[in-house]
Ligand binder design. Structure first.
Ligand code: 6PG
Length: 252
């Protein structure tokens, strides 16, 4: 149960005592979103993120209690971003989801739409865009039913970092991104894809996120300085699930 709910022009934030409680809430949102989409159109297209915060959610969805609540045969899983490493690598977002969730549920192989982190980044980005366009239909704007995102202390989300040219992209759905520090390649969905989603779910926990959440969930225009603050679906919803420590600097 949320201890408080904060309404903002760019979405609502539900505050929970800890990561466990917000992960259980995220799991119930995943379950109901999947049921609504599957009953409406026989499929549920979700994109997930890496990083540490969503790992507990993936483990909950893969648990005995939750894994039977989702009709995995009709779920299509995509990634919001990936590190350019082999899928067995510890840093791989695919591996993180595989260990906690995919290895525990009956998601058909062909429904797992992995970003090929082992490929040349530009090729991997173009191939993934083709795969997304094939899945949603060439003429359609891809509309994910649910996208799960995190936020970095600098306000990045997926692999869209502050000041990066990738934030200005209006045509391509997927881009390779090079991070000067720590000299790493990533692949990321672009803002137009995030802003076409039906439902965006941000997960953030811990005191290290309090300052950036005060910026992004503050009531000023400063939020647009941060990639996570620029996620504002044209017809969809944004919900932030945060814990008390991450909410520590919010003025409500
Ligand atoms: C990644 C993510 C990234 C992540 C944030 C927050 O590949 O790392 O997609 O955008 O969501 O960095 O990470 P934490 O959850 O570990 O704080």
């Amino acid at each position: 149960m949320a201890t408080s709910v904060i309404e903002r022009s760019n979405g609502k934030a539900e505050v929970f005592p800890d990561l466990e409680a917000l992960s259980l809430r995220a799991a119930s949102i995943f379950v109901s979103a999947s049921r609504n989409s599957i009953s409406a159109k026989m499929r549920f297209a979700a994109a997930i993120s890496g990083g540490s915060t969503p790992r507990r959610l993936y483990a909950v969805l893969g648990s005995e209690v939750y894994r039977h609540q989702v009709d995995w045969k009709h779920v299509h899983l995509f990634w919001a971003d990936e590190r350019c490493v082999p899928k067995e690598d510890e840093a791989s977002n695919f591996r993180s989801a595989f260990d906690a969730l995919l290895s525990k549920v009956g998601l058909p192989k062909e429904n797992i739409h992995r970003m090929k982190g082992e490929e040349v980044p530009e090729k991997a980005a173009r191939d993934y865009e083709e795969e997304i366009r094939r899945f949603f239909g060439e003429s359609e704007r891809p509309q994910f039913d649910l996208i799960i995102l995190g936020v970095g202390e600098d306000g990045h989300t997926a692999s869209l970092f502050p000041g990066s040219k990738s934030l200005e992209e209006t045509v391509r759905l997927v881009l390779p991104v090079y991070l000067e520090e720590p000299k790493k390649n990533r692949i990321t969905l672009t803002l137009p894809v995030l802003n076409d989603a039906d439902q965006i779910l941000f997960l953030a926990a811990g005191p290290s996120k309090a300052a950036i959440l005060a910026e992004i969930l503050g009531d000023g225009e400063r939020r647009k300085l941060f990639p996570a603050g620029s996620v504002h679906p044209s017809h969809g919803t944004v919900t932030w699930l945060i814990d008390q420590e991450a909410a520590g600097k919010l003025r409500d």
